[in-house]
Unconditional design. Sequence first.
Lengths: 522, 314
Amino acid sequence: MLYFPKWLVALILGICALGVVFTIPNLFSTQTVDRWPNFLPKKQVSLGLDLRGGSYLLYQVDMRSVITERLNDVVDGLRSEFRTAKIGYVGLGASNDAIHFTLREPDRMEEVRTLVRKVDPDLDMTTGADGAVSLKFNAVALNNVQRQIVDQSIEIVRRRIDETGTKEPSIQREGEDRIVLELPGVENPEFVKRILGKTAKMTFQLVDENASVGPGGHPPPGDEALPLKDGHSPPGATIVVQRRVLVSGETLTDAQATFDQYGAPAVNFKFNAEGARRFGDATKNNVGKRFAIVLDNAVISAPVIREPILGGQGIITGSFTTESANELALELRAGALPAPLVPLEERTVGPGLGADSIHAGALACIIGVILVVVFMTVFYGLFGLFANVALFFNLCLMMASLTVLGATLTLPGIAGIALTLGMAVDANVLIYERIREEVRGGRSLISSLQAGFERAFGTIFDSHLTTLVAGFLMFFLGSGPVKGFAVTLSIGVITSLFSAILVTRLQIVSWLRRTKPKAIPI
Amino acid sequence: MLRPLITIRHIPSIDFMGLHKLGFVLSAVLTIGSIVLFLTQGLNFGIDFAGGTLIEARTQGPAHLAEMRSTLDGLGLGAVSLQGFGSPDEVLIRVARQPGGDQAQMDAVAKVQHALGSGVDYRRTEVVGPEVGGELIRAGILATVLALFAIAAYVSLRFNWQFGIGAMLSTLHDTITTVGLFSLLQIEFNLTTLAAILTIAGYSVNDTVVIYDRVRETSRKYKTMDFRTLINKSLNETLSRTILTVSTVALAVLALFFFGGEVLRGFSIAMLWGIIVGTYSSLFIAAPILYYVQPRRSSRAKKEDTQAETQGAS
């Protein structure tokens, strides 16, 4: 126990030195550290948004709309299949997450089963009496779709955020269908929220000039009535367009905000080769007719095709402001979101509050350290000083671990550090009290020290581990601030085991060797 | 040689077991009182759990709360609460969740900012939907319950199941009374408070484990000693450690309370209460419970004991 092999001494000193070295960059400003030569460690602990200021946004990917859309496609598909196969049905429609209909001739069920599989193989079909049929997507397919949609959404969100020039954004999946955005330095997330608020699905469809739909009326088969929002029409106006998509927004390669010939804001777009060919063909065959530019299920412009547009370029005019033209161009460039995003949570911290929190937290830690140091010196004298040295290295090791592991320091995390400072000396207290007891029990100096360390170890280990249990649970079940706290608390518990046991022991042993004391000063 | 200024040399001989019934009664009152308070008065949930909108604003010069309140009440946003926050120029504004989606919440924020005019610095804005709040509450309860069971399991494993029960009951007592304190004082209960409660659970067991360790050791040393004397002896022998450790943790928490800023105040209050009640419960609940469940003195212990003796002698 009192024997320290040379390698262990070297290891302990080495770890302590590393702790100090990796802590040092945190004491200076980032600008100062940047000017240091490269052989020095430069990494600083990354601060949470509550300390550096910025916005935190939590979104849910709205799967329902994707499923509804896909079910509607299935309904359309079935309708035309049934028409060709001359199968009679009533009440075909999609509701919530299922399609229901009833066959006029229940004995043709097998035929229907084949057709359903042809339209969409991911459907589960349940049949009831009298030819009642209901269709649902099976769980595996739904799961796959969800994963794919969320992945795509994250990608598109990233592209859109990158376009805004935000530095070091963090965009991550949370749970099954959520996306967390952390945007350091963004004080007003309005713009970000606006550009994530639209899916920006754009299609080009032909206007059906022969059809018009009154209130409550149904458009003819193959057509749909969409709201017309071109800036000139009265609110509530609709326009009937063909369902068939001539060209979709996926074939766009670029979009820029610009001005039309009258100086009004507009958006300029470019197709890829495939899109350009299809757009060229479509406009060539439909000169004199109107085509509709459909954005998120509303027609934003419906110009007349005066001549074939073959260059693969176009311009959208309508009711744009400079701002909204810029936003649409950005959204088109970044691509459409596969599903709408629903905001669930939003937190913004200004830089002033963050800086104040850092000051308050640091001040509390410093005062806490001073109080504990004084306390330990008063109650344990020289051994108290040994504990204080261990406490210093514990603090450095905590900061160094946070820095090296790339953990994020939050305000509750600072509270965790302050708290660990108080708890870390507990191990010293346990050891010292034990030594006192052994001395009282009449043991010799060396034997008391030995027994004190040996016997206290089991207790220290058990009591620290229970705190670690709480820390791990907080980390895995907690969110945001609780996590930040759990990280520092757990790291602190581990580093304090090292510092209180090994660093303290090393000091006591070298003191023994140096001074060869007759009694223990506690 | 630097000697300690204060040394506790004397081992006290307090009759803890004589006081334990008083302790049980007091704890029963505290626990039941906390549960009643929680059920009748409830908790002052922060927006983390309740959902809604929170704005922390700093005005130029001292804030006129009454004036601001009447301005904001005129906006028709439902319940708007204002409170001073730390310094006189800081105000915390809470707006109940608006009917309608996220846009409605953002409109509410914009309305408040417009009504208060320029010259106000918005230091923090948080909008939390009701869904998220509900999930956080569920996760919080789950974490606390799991922590209690994990602790009981660990203590049972290292000691005996009797010790496990003692540790779990005293920890449960500490968490329930902490929640009771928050209900009584109507201090905001938020995510950091939850972190505090879990830490209290960890700390409380930490304290209990130290005492249990001593009880086990003493019971191995004095095989014929009756449990009452045994527990008293163990508690008295570890009392100086208990007091010193509580003091150092309390010093750290007091530093947080006074200097850590307004955001951490609720956390510090919870922790301060937690370490006091956690220490109390180790002495007056966790240890006396052993008297009633009387852990068996295992035969394995004998062997370890003799080993320890020979080691000590050599």
